[in-house]
Design a protein. Structure first.
Length: 263
């Protein structure tokens, strides 16, 4: 019932132009997953280099340095953006398109953005069906007798951890764990001593564009006293807040359950 109310509360946001949005430039790579789930991939005419699942769309640079001329040439009516820092409202005005800000940092936030996209793309029934599927995944999460403490490494050098403003924090919490980084920021510069003092049960370290060749933590000289289970994870799955985040939380929940039985 709560989620039914959510659709009603936010439906007016794009109501005036709902049917008009059919040429979309996707500058928020994480949102691509929801377009696929909604069956709206055909509306995406432009993507960044980070989205490789829209073969018919033109690549328009990166989300940090989008090519304004290429974007304008596509004549989009909607641009999905993750940060005003890299694509301002003024840039959108020059292109002549509306802006959809996609910035969820929690699983609930993903559901909210899903509802907004459903309205903007005029596919509310599909959005409700996808939301139900994601909620079913969440219902499969099993409670833990103890909440394990978790460190999430974003980059090895310099040592950067995920903070509470990162989707990884909510994934860990949904899985039954607790991210030990105290900062509310998305990314936090940290030190080895701070990690060791936190005495984590799990040390998750991502591999991907930001951390291409991480050394397994337990092989690092400074971590020889680290008494934690080290687990390498896929950066793109953990760092992108979208529908896949629910599956990631469920997978991590299973890891905590099974390895917790063996600790």
């Amino acid at each position: 019932m709560m989620y039914r109310s959510l659709w009603v509360l936010i439906a007016f946001v794009f109501a005036a132009k709902a049917a008009a949005y059919d040429r979309v430039v996707l500058l928020a790579p994480a949102a691509g997953d929801l377009f696929q789930r909604l069956g709206q991939a055909h509306k995406v005419v432009g993507v960044t280099r980070s989205n490789d699942d829209f073969p018919e769309a033109l690549q328009v640079g990166s989300h940090i340095k989008p090519n304004l001329e290429l974007i304008k040439s596509l004549d989009p009516d909607l641009i999905v953006v993750a940060s005003e820092r890299f694509f301002s409202a003024e840039m959108a005005r020059l292109v002549g398109a509306e802006v959809f800000w996609y910035q969820p940092v929690t699983l609930d936030g993903v559901l909210t953005e899903l509802a907004r996209l459903g309205t903007a793309l005029d596919c509310q029934p599909q959005a409700e069906a996808v939301a139900e599927e994601l909620q079913q995944l969440r219902l499969r999460l099993q409670p833990l007798s103890d909440r394990p403490k978790v460190v999430y490494e974003v980059t090895e050098m310099p040592l950067t951890l995920a903070g509470q403003g990162n989707i990884a924090a909510d994934i860990v919490a949904a899985a039954g764990g607790e991210l030990v980084t105290p900062s509310t920021r998305k990314l936090v510069k940290f030190n080895v001593e701070g990690v060791l003092m936190s005495q984590p049960d799990y040390y998750l370290y991502q591999q991907g564009p930001m951390n291409p060749s991480p050394t397994p933590p337990l092989r690092r000289p400074h971590y020889r006293h680290l008494n934690a289970e080290a687990i390498k994870v896929d950066q793109l799955r953990f760092s992108r807040a979208n529908g896949d985040s629910f599956s990631v939380a469920l997978d991590l929940n299973q890891v905590f359950l099974h390895q917790g039985d063996n600790r």
